[in-house]
Design a binder for this molecule. Structure first.
Ligand code: ADP
Ligand code: TRP
Length: 321
């Protein structure tokens, strides 16, 4: 089975990315044919500072490798290093209804945040469909926010197959139903682009500042509190097993819980949770050329699969003459 997913290097990776996607992706390398990539072309839709994009790309690679992704057990590469992603995107544009893209929640959301929304944002799901279909993926592990993008990819694959015959496999999303979207410190979805993210790898002081600024309600110490509407609880539970979560829930439901103390405990918890990976990441980042070599080898491996699909697509569409 082919399992595939990508992540944008539009900022430093955060705990929403980790629990929503990275953790399960790393687990898949033992059980499936894994395709994991850094989608720098997608990041161009929101990031126009070239130096930052280049640095974020290498950092995202170091994050994945430090957290346990093994390039020998997977395909691990940077999207922009395999030009077939763009080639297939153009072909798929011709099988993508305007209405399909106009209904995209993420387009509506992101275009409302951009003064003059550009075409890249509109076409974003088509590039994502190309990413998936190029590798004939079976399963795509993503967070809940990507569900509609997966439906769009399936629609586009169906429309293409209807015209040219069964070329593309229809991918299934793999969404962890227990995991609601991880909220940011302001209570909106945690995102690299909303300035509300708790990064996986950050200095302890920076982590402390972030956690201390999680927005909580104004209930007093002696009040009982509502874990289910609390951002702090939603973040804390990610770092607890079911027993620990039940215990914290119990403390919310009894008078006496102090948000400030709970936040301090969470800082320690997060710090310890990622401690085993921190040194390895630092070490990897001191060897950027080795990182580039790993990514180049990964791109060559991915390209072999992508060009086999493109061979069929070129033949079916008549681009091959
Ligand atoms: P961001 O919004 O931070 O730019 P991406 O769009 O690059 O994140 O998402 C990468 C992966 O992480 C996707 O599978 C996405 O569903 C998941 N993800 C992102 N933010 C969250 C979140 N807040 N909660 C759960 N999963 C998330
Ligand atoms: N749009 C995805 C996100 O923001 C990233 C992405 C790009 C992706 N191409 C993909 C995810 C292909 C899964 C499969 O999270």
């Amino acid at each position: 089975m082919r399992v595939l997913s990508g992540i944008q290097p539009s900022g430093r990776l955060h705990i929403g990315n980790y629990f929503g996607m990275m953790k399960s992706m790393i687990g898949w390398q033992e059980k499936a044919d894994l395709f994991c990539f850094i989608v720098n072309l997608h990041a161009l839709t929101t990031l126009t500072d070239g130096k930052t994009l280049a640095a974020n790309t290498l950092e995202a690679a170091a994050d994945f490798l430090a957290l346990g992704l093994d390039p020998d057990k997977s395909h691990f590469w940077v999207q922009g290093d395999v030009p077939e992603h763009c080639e297939l995107t153009w072909i798929l544009h011709n099988h993508t209804g305007m209405g399909l893209l106009e209904r995209s929640h993420s387009f509506k959301d992101k275009s409302a945040r951009q003064e003059t929304p550009h075409h890249g944002l509109f076409s974003y799901p088509v590039l994502m469909a190309a990413d998936i279909l190029l590798y004939q993926a079976d399963l795509v592990p993503v967070g809940k926010d990507q569900k509609q993008h997966l439906e769009i990819a399936r629609d586009i694959a169906g429309a293409f197959n209807f015209v040219y015959g069964p070329v593309f496999n229809l991918p299934e999303p793999a969404i962890d139903q227990d995991l609601a979207t991880v909220p940011g410190i302001d209570g909106q979805k945690m995102s690299k682009s909303y300035n509300n993210a708790v990064e996986i790898f950050t200095g302890k002081e920076e982590l402390r500042k972030k956690i201390m600024s999680i927005v909580t309600d104004a209930r007093a110490v002696e009040d009982v509190k509502d874990p289910d509407s609390c951002n702090l609880f939603a973040i804390y539970r990610l770092f607890l097993d079911s027993e620990g979560e039940a215990e914290l829930r119990g403390r919310y439901l009894r008078p006496g819980l102090k948000y400030g103390e709970t936040k301090k405990a969470l800082v320690e918890r997060i710090w310890e949770y990622f401690a085993p990976f921190r040194d390895r990441r630092e070490e990897l980042l001191t060897r950027p050329d080795d990182l580039r070599d790993i990514l180049a080898a990964g791109a060559a491996k991915a390209k072999a699969v992508a060009s086999a699909t493109m061979e069929i697509v070129r033949e079916k569409t008549g681009l091959k003459y």
